[in-house]
Design a protein around this ligand. Structure first.
Ligand code: FE2
Ligand code: FE2
Length: 297
């Protein structure tokens, strides 16, 4: 086995620390007091239902990784199997329980691995393509975890404002503390690949091409319906007041590591495009009087 570089060692230590310092949150640790379930449901039911579904889809994400990374590195396996999946599944169960406590239907995670993933997975058996896929995995992880961090930060403030102390302190607060560690892992791993010179120019080019046409917001799974739902989440959390600012928050890392801030790029253009598309789909649906997930409850 090749000797571990300093960057690799730091990543491994980060993962070990996450495992030690952030055990999965127990359902029993949650205080299920909700002062005003109707208000919480009305204002944030849509957000809560979206988050519950996406968190519960972690099991599909792990299946996807088994397909996409045929030569999994031990540190990746350790991260997604020992740390990430056990944490995220608890987030899902806890948020889903909150949803049901305020009168929403149980979340319905999409658990089937899509054909596009299987195709990319098949191609990833070619080692040089597999390395591109690995970078895409880290970039996707960084982008989605960043969105999770921003969503939970905002939701936590909102719950505190509504004086829903139990939700804010025993649900969103503890979950919120676990997301930045995931984001940091993907950042470190992507950086190690790019800055460590592990990729040839054509591999970086390919990663940029694939990101440009396949980039999607967290939990949208390439489906219009979920993409519209995500527009509603952004609206409810106030992210749509400054879409470019949000694009910057989400895309800053990727602009730097994948695009080397080409021509002063603050975020990749496809990030803002995805945000705009998502919002447009949501507003279109709203105009038709279809409320999306929360109304289906
Ligand atoms: Fe999570
Ligand atoms: Fe996460």
């Amino acid at each position: 086995m090749a000797k571990e570089t300093i960057a690799e060692q730091k990543i491994r230590e980060h993962v070990e620390r996450l495992g030690e310092q952030h055990p999965p949150i127990a359902l029993a640790s949650v205080d299920r007091t909700v002062k005003n379930p109707d208000v919480v449901r009305e204002k944030f039911g849509h957000v809560i239902e979206y988050l519950a579904r996406v968190e519960l889809e972690v099991d599909r994400n792990v299946l996807e990784l088994l397909v996409l990374l045929p030569r999994t590195k031990e540190v990746d396996r350790m991260f997604y199997e020992d740390v990430w999946q056990p944490q995220e599944i608890q987030h899902g169960l806890i948020i889903d329980q909150l949803g049901q406590d305020i009168g929403l239907a149980p979340a319905e995670p999409m658990l089937e691995v899509q054909t596009s993933m299987k195709i990319l997975g098949a191609l990833s058996h070619i080692p040089a393509i597999g390395e591109v896929t690995r970078l895409l995995y880290y970039l996707t992880g960084a982008s989605t975890e960043r969105q999770a961090v921003l969503a939970y930060n905002t939701l936590s403030r909102a719950m505190a404002e509504l004086e829903e102390k139990a939700i804010s302190e025993t649900i969103i607060g503890p979950i919120k503390q676990q997301e930045p560690g995931h984001f940091a892992f993907y950042q470190m791993a992507a950086r190690e690949m790019v800055e460590g010179g592990r990729l040839k120019p054509w591999q970086l080019w390919m990663a940029r091409e694939i990101r440009s046409f396949s980039y999607g917001l967290v939990g949208t799974n390439g489906k219009k319906y979920y993409t519209a739902d995500m527009g509603g989440v952004m609206e409810a959390l106030g992210f749509t007041d400054d879409l470019e600012g949000f694009a910057k928050d989400v895309g800053r890392f990727e602009a730097k590591v994948l695009w080397a801030n080409r021509n002063g790029m603050a975020f990749p253009p496809y990030v803002l495009r995805a945000l705009r598309d998502s919002l447009a789909l949501y507003r279109e649906r709203h105009k038709r009087g279809d409320q999306g997930i929360a109304a289906a409850a």
